[in-house]
Design a protein around this ligand. Structure first.
Ligand SMILES: NC(=O)c1ccc[n+]([C@@H]2O[C@H](COP(=O)([O-])OP(=O)(O)OC[C@H]3O[C@@H](n4cnc5c(N)ncnc54)[C@H](O)[C@@H]3O)[C@@H](O)[C@H]2O)c1
Ligand SMILES: [Fe+2]
Length: 401
């Protein structure tokens, strides 16, 4: 039983429209002079890579650009990027992109510092020490990877998403410039945006820190719900509720882009300290088995998992309803809690997230195997406020089918 909680973030977080022009000077200030930049071709075509390279060059920083990033990156891609990085011998790694490229950058930073294969670091706390300093610059709003301790790859052989979690994976520097999300395609805006909402809601409704099955002082992947995390999650839910649908419907709405960039980063601070839980656990095998983005998979599952958690998180759900702008005047707590689920379903529909697993070409006979894989991710079972059996997971997936 824990009686204390702790909180961590990136070493420095710089946020603001136009902040990207400072990347070079900020990186210099933390003594970086030779950066390996992990990104992808779409961001090069969008002109964002050039903007970062110019800022770095102006500060006298040498850069090698790797444009081989891909959505939901494979383990093999991380190995390839690390091999190229090793030849350049950088003193830091910069991840530019959505969660996919930032996570790739994190694994490259691990491999350059400690060698070996990505698989030996999967799970929590298997990175033995400091990694190469990481600079993360998100172009989606988003995963929160710029402040988080997580990196997610796809294990294509075993058809599952695999997480590496370590406090050493928190970037030394995160530069969040909402302008970098201005050109984010509509579908990516929707998918990554509802991922951020999922982070905030899972953090806000996680098991309480003092109920977590772990002793004080023992490092844990997630702390559970604690007051500072709750503050952050509330603010993130409010911002995302206010701005996500607008950002998807009109990508040129800069106020909505700014609100989402802030909401997603704050959601990253919330979940990477409190927790993610059942939604993410169920998404990892689904994302490994069928072609669906992490965000769309989470968005699909979120209301079904909320329904499962409702009996033990009624008060939190009632607050979520209000944060998402539902009119709850005169309602009981239980009625308000129901409205939270309705609000998430409304947002999900408005931004075009699929609503049923069958729409993703998941077959009903796959559900027990998917539940089994999700159930094996013990750390995410343990952070859920209601402890599920494997049969419960099959039932949730059946509901979502
Ligand atoms: N590390 C963490 O803490 C964490 C948290 C949640 C999710 N994730 C992982 O992050 C990945 C998903 O990341 P994501 O949702 O940010 O999407 P993404 O990084 O997979 O990007 C999706 C696509 O959008 C393109 N794109 C991104 N920004 C763009 C922009 N501004 N302009 C034009 N194109 C742009 C990318 O090039 C890519 O092709 C998944 O692998 C997921 O598991 C990681
Ligand atoms: Fe996520």
């Amino acid at each position: 039983m824990r009686t204390s909680w702790s909180f961590r973030s990136a070493g420095q977080l710089v946020f603001g429209r136009g902040a990207a022009s400072q990347i070079g000077t900020l990186a210099r200030r933390i003594k970086l002079s030779r950066l390996f930049l992990v990104t992808d071709q779409r961001l090069a075509s969008a002109g964002l890579v050039e903007r970062v390279v110019v800022s770095l060059a102006d500060a006298g920083i040498q850069v090698e650009v790797f444009q081989g990033g891909e959505p939901e990156p494979a383990v093999t891609t991380a190995i390839k990027a690390a091999d190229l990085a090793a030849q350049f011998a950088p003193d830091g790694i910069l991840g530019l992109g959505g969660g996919s490229n930032m996570d790739l950058a994190k694994i490259v930073a691990v491999l350059l510092a400690h060698g070996g294969q990505p698989a030996q670091y999967f799970g929590f706390d298997n990175v033995p020490g400091q990694v190469l300093p990481l600079v993360c610059v998100p172009t989606t709003a988003g995963t929160g990877s710029e402040v988080s301790h997580a990196a997610v790859l796809t294990d294509t052989a075993n058809q599952i998403k695999v997480s590496t979690l370590s406090q050493y994976l928190r970037p030394a520097l995160a530069v969040v410039d909402p302008a970098f999300t201005d050109g984010c395609p509509q579908k990516v805006t929707a998918d990554s945006g509802i991922d951020a909402l999922t982070h905030a809601i899972e953090a806000y409704t996680a098991i309480d820190f003092n109920q977590l099955d772990a002793q004080d002082g023992v490092p844990v992947a997630y702390e559970g719900r604690f007051p500072l995390g709750e503050c952050l999650a509330e603010k993130a839910i409010l911002l995302i509720g206010r701005h996500l649908v607008k950002a998807v419907q009109d990508g040129s709405n800069t106020a909505a882009r700014d609100g989402m960039a802030l909401g997603a980063t704050i959601a990253g601070l919330a979940f990477s300290n409190c927790a993610v839980a059942l939604v993410h656990a169920l998404e990892y095998p689904i994302g490994g088995a069928v072609h669906v983005s992490h965000g769309a998979g989470n968005g699909l599952l979120l209301p079904y998992v909320m329904r499962y958690n409702l009996p033990v998180r009624s008060a939190a759900f009632a607050n979520i309803a209000m944060l998402l702008g539902e009119t709850c005047f005169g309602m009981s707590e239980d009625q308000m809690a129901e409205r939270a689920i309705a609000a998430v379903e409304r947002i999900r529909a408005a931004i075009g997230i699929p609503q049923r697993l069958r729409d993703l070409d998941v077959r009903r006979e796959q559900l027990p195997a998917l539940a089994e894989k999700a159930f094996a991710i013990k750390r995410l079972m343990g952070t859920n406020p209601r402890q599920p059996t494997q049969a419960d997971l099959v039932e949730i997936l059946n509901q979502a089918f």
